[in-house]
Design a protein around this ligand. Sequence first.
Ligand code: 4NP
Length: 171
Amino acid sequence: MTETTAPSLPAPLVPGRYRVAMVCLGNICRSPVADVVFSARIADAGLDDVVEVVSAGTADYHLGKPMDPRSAQTLTDAGYAATRHRAQQIQHAWHDEVDLILVMDHSNHADVTAGVERARVRLFRDFDPDFPGEEVPDPYYGGEDGFTEVLQMIERTSARLVTLVAGVVGR
Ligand code: 4NP
């Protein structure tokens, strides 16, 4: 189902600036792809002087590790630079410091919010123009196809998000 109206974003904590955190479970498969792709779109739009993009996992399984080689390969094949990632865990302080925390699935949402109502925590694919409200499925235990599908949903959702972020920073 394609939406006719765009969902709105939380207002910036600091006017004219915006920080976005991409969050999944391990910070090695999905959120690094979202980080790289959305960062590239932000740079293409000339917004990288005012928009900061980070990523993290809810779990500490892979701290300090590069992204999964399948994520890196999928990004490289699509023309993105995928070399600098090191996995980190989300910090509680981000709830006060980050404008928008975009989680990949409902389990991530439950982990990040821990039952507290959080207007700045949203499902990444709430902004998917084609299938709003779906999850970015975890490709970790699946085949290569899963990574290609993840990239496609992240690319179209990132394009939409850039337009919305440009609006909230007044560009
Ligand atoms: P991610 O994928 O949350 O997209 O980074 C996973 C990575 C690692 C594990 C699960 C999912 N794991 O169980 O180690």
